[in-house]
Design a protein around this ligand. Structure first.
Ligand code: CTP
Ligand code: MG
Length: 228
C-alpha cells in the first residue's frame, strides 16, 4: 500500500514554451502568483507526496531557485536542469529523486492541478503500477495525410486526451526509460512499450496545460473562480 511507501514527484518545467510566443509561462503570474510557485505549492501541500524535484531550463535555474527559496517548500529537494526533449527532462528528474517506490510526474505548465487529483491518480495506479489523468475528447478528431485532406474520422467514444499527473511505480518508469528508444510526448508511452497496463483516470477539464496565450486568459479566470 502506497501509504506506507515513499512517493516522489517530478515537476517538469524545462520546456521552451515556443507556442506561447515569447512569454515565459513558468514565471507568468496567475492571480498574482507565478505558475511555478502555484504548482510547487500544490505538491508541497499534498499529504501523499514525500518529496519532489523541479526541472527547469539551464537559463531559468537561478531565477527559479531564487523565486522559490523563501516559500517554505519543505518537500522540495532539488531543482535541476532539464534536457532538449520532455523525456530528457523527466529523466533528469528521475535521476535527482531520492529513494521512492512511486513517482508522480507532472507538467509545470498545469498550475490548476489539485491535491485531490494527485491522490486519486496515485490510488488508480495501485493495481497495475501505472495510471494517468486524462479526459474524454470533446472535439471530433480526424486523421489527415500530408496533403491535409482527411483520411478518416476517428471514433471519439474511445479517445482520451492525456493530461498529467501521471503516476508510475518507480521500478516500472525506470525500466521504461532504460529501454526507451525514440521520441515520446508522454511517459506513459514508454511504460506501455513494456507491456504494462496503464489506467486512464478521469482528470479534469480545468486541469489545462498552458500552451498558447489564450490558455493564460482562461487560466486566470479559472484561478479566480477557484479562489474567489
Ligand atoms: N518540458 C520539459 N522539458 C522539455 C520540454 C517540455 O520539462 N524539454 C515540460 C514543459 O516545461 C511543460 C511540459 O513539459 O511543463 C509540457 O510541455 P509543453 O506543453 O510542450 O511545453 P513547452 O515544451 O515548454 O512548450 P512548446 O512545446 O510550445 O515549446
Ligand atoms: Mg513542448
Amino acid at each position: 500500500m502506497y501509504k506506507s511507501q515513499k512517493v516522489g514527484a517530478i515537476i517538469v518545467a524545462a520546456g521552451r514554451g515556443e507556442r506561447m510566443g515569447g512569454i515565459d509561462k513558468i514565471f507568468t503570474p496567475l492571480g498574482g502568483t507565478s505558475v511555478l510557485e502555484r504548482v510547487a505549492a500544490v505538491f508541497n501541500d499534498s499529504p501523499y507526496i514525500d518529496h519532489f524535484v523541479i526541472v527547469l531550463t539551464q537559463d531559468n535555474l537561478a531565477r527559479g531557485k531564487h523565486l522559490l527559496a523563501d516559500k517554505n517548500l519543505t518537500k522540495l529537494v532539488k531543482i535541476v536542469p532539464g534536457g532538449v526533449r520532455r523525456q530528457d527532462s523527466v529523466e533528469a528528474g528521475l535521476n535527482a529523486l531520492p529513494l521512492c517506490q512511486w513517482v508522480v510526474i507532472h507538467d509545470g505548465a498545469r498550475p490548476l492541478v489539485t491535491s485531490k487529483l494527485i491522490a486519486e491518480v496515485l490510488e488508480a495506479a495501485q493495481e497495475s503500477g501505472a495510471a494517468i489523468a486524462a479526459v474524454p475528447v470533446v472535439d471530433t478528431i480526424k486523421s489527415a495525410g500530408e496533403d491535409n485532406y482527411v483520411k478518416s474520422t476517428l471514433d471519439r467514444s474511445h479517445l482520451w486526451a492525456v493530461q498529467t499527473p501521471q503516476v508510475f511505480r518507480f521500478d516500472i518508469i525506470k525500466e521504461g526509460y532504460a529501454k526507451a528508444s525514440g521520441d515520446v510526448t508522454d511517459d506513459a508511452a514508454l511504460v506501455e512499450a513494456l507491456g504494462i497496463r496503464v489506467k486512464l483516470y478521469m482528470g479534469a477539464y480545468d486541469n489545462i496545460k498552458l500552451t498558447t496565450p489564450a490558455d493564460l486568459a482562461l487560466a486566470e479566470v479559472l484561478c479566480q473562480r477557484k479562489e474567489g
